[in-house]
Design a binder for this molecule. Sequence first.
Ligand code: FES
Ligand code: CO
Length: 348
Amino acid sequence: MTPLTADQSYLRHFWHPVATVNELEVADPAGNGPIGRTLLDEPLVIAKLNGKYVAMRDRCAHRYAKLSVGKVLENNRIQCPYHGWEYGASGRCELMPACPSDAIPKKAFTPAYACEERYGIIWVRLDSSWDCTNIPYCEAWENPEFKRQIIAEPYNWDSSAERRWENFTDFSHFAYVHPGTLYDPAYSEPAIVPVDRVDGELRFFMEPGRDMLDTLPDDSPLGSWNYRNSMPFSVNLSIRLYKNDKPFLLWTTSSPISQNSCRNFMIIAHTEDDLPDSQPLDFQKLVLAEDQPVIETQPGPIYLDEVSLPTDKISNQYRKWLRELSTAAAKGEEAFKAALFTDVTESK
Ligand code: FES
Ligand code: CO
C-alpha cells in the first residue's frame, strides 16, 4: 500500500488550531494557561504572556520536564514545575533559581512558534520560514446577517485530519451514514459538481434535493451548500437554508495531532435571536456520533490504492492537491507557493 503523501512535513507550513481561548480560561481563570497540546507529533505548551498567546515546544531544556504542567507567573514567564526555570515569550530561559547569578547557557531555551488568536481559537504555525500561508477563512464574523457565533468545544477523533476533512465534504456518505438526520436515503446518487482552486481554497457548490424538507428534522441544515475550504483541513460551509432563505454557517477545521488522531474545531453561526446554543450543537453531536464509529475504522493515512468513483470528485481533487503540495514543499518555497496559490477554475 502506497500512502498518498509519504512526506508530511509540508503541513508544518500551515496554520493549525490548537485550543480555544475558552479552554485556556477553563484551565486558568486568568486565561493565561499553560495547557499542553500536540500538533503534528510535536508536544506544545500554550500560554498567554504579556497579553499575547505563545506556543513553545513543551520541554524544559534542563531535564525535559513538561512546561505545560508548570505555571504562568506574574512576571509573564512560564515556570517549569521541576526546578523552577523561568521562560520568557521568546522561549529563552531567563532565570535558573538554583544558580541565579550564573550566566544562562545558550542552549537553555525551548523553540517558540508563530502563534495567533482568531475566531476565539489559538492558531500555531510550526514552520514560518516561508511565511506564505494564512489562517483559514471563516465567514462567521464577516456576514452581518449572523446574530450568533457559537465556538464549540473541540473534540478528538482517532482519525487523520485528512480523513476527517473528506468525511465532512463527502456527498455519497450522507444517504448511508445520516439517513433521516442529514439526508433521505432515496438520494444516494450525489451530484458531480465543478471544483475550483481559488486563493488556496477548494471551492464548490451543491444543492441537495429540496423535497428532503418533507422528511428531515427541522434542525437539519438543508439548503444550498457553498463551500470555501482553506487548505489543508478547513471547511467553511455557507448554507442558504431552504426552510426560511436565511444563512447558516457550519465551519470546521481539523488539526492533525498525529497521522492517526485529530482535534476538531467547529463554529456555528446563525441568524436567530433566541435559539439556545444547545440546539444546533446537539444536532451536530448527533451527526458526529453517526460519523465517528465509521471514520475511526479507516486507517490514518490515505492510500493511493483506494478505488475512486467519479462521484468521489471532491475527495479526488482534494487528494490531488494535497499530493501536489507535499511534493512542491520538498522542492522549496517557490514551488510550494505556486502549488498553493495557482488558481484552477472549472466553474463559470
Ligand atoms: Fe525544568 Fe529542571 S526540568 S527546571
Ligand atoms: Co457525515
